[in-house]
Each structure stands twice: as C-alpha cells, then as structure tokens.
Write a protein that binds this ligand. Structure first.
Ligand SMILES: [Zn+2]
Length: 110
C-alpha cells in the first residue's frame, strides 16, 4: 500500500468510527431519518451524507462498503457498487480492503 493509499484508508476508517458512534446515538433518540459523515478518502471532507438508519445499516453489513457523497469516490482504492442520487456505496479493493476488514473486527463488539 502506498503512503497516499494508506492515508486515504486511515481517513475512511476514522469516519466510519465516527459514524458508528452516531448510529448508537441516533438509535437512542429513535429517529428514522438522519445523516452520516461522508466516509470518503479526503481528509478535509466533513460533509454529511443523508442516509436513513436502515440504509446505513445496509452499507455497514459489508465490512468493505463505505457510504460517500456522489463525486467523492477514489477509483484508485475503491469501486462503486451502488450509485444513488443522495449517496454512493463504494467497496475497498486490494490492500485497502484488507485494512477495512481488520478495522471492522476492531469496531465490532464480537
Ligand atoms: Zn467526502
């Protein structure tokens, strides 16, 4: 993995951690529509992605998948698996996929 790829992945995993905590918070408020932080590889991106809790859970069901805003995809480390008007779902490829899997084990309570 190159330095740049490493930085992109680290950034994505950081925001996934933030979103995991947001999800737990939202659940306690019983909200149905919510927004999550964009999980793209741009370190300076702090945009919100409009996602329902169900949509977010669906994305998170696969450890390689991340929810990002349209146009924020980086085809050098990920491929678009779902394209919608509000958000894209991207899948990590190569070394980035391995890092995402390892981080998912860390976040998961089991
Ligand atoms: Zn972004």
């Amino acid at each position: 993995m190159t330095k740049r790829e490493e930085q992109v992945v680290r950034n994505e995993l950081f925001f996934r951690g933030v979103n995991e905590r947001l999800q737990r918070l939202e659940r306690s408020f019983e909200k149905h529509e919510t927004a999550f932080v964009c999980e793209c590889g741009n370190r300076r991106c702090t945009r919100l992605v409009p996602l329902s809790l169900d949509e977010y859970r669906h994305v998170r069901a696969n450890s390689q998948h991340f929810a990002i805003l349209p146009g924020h995809e980086d085809v050098t480390v990920e491929s678009v698996v779902q394209r919608g008007a509000r958000f894209l779902v991207v899948a990590k490829t190569g070394a980035a996929a391995v890092a995402a899997e390892a981080d998912n084990l860390r976040l998961s309570p089991h």
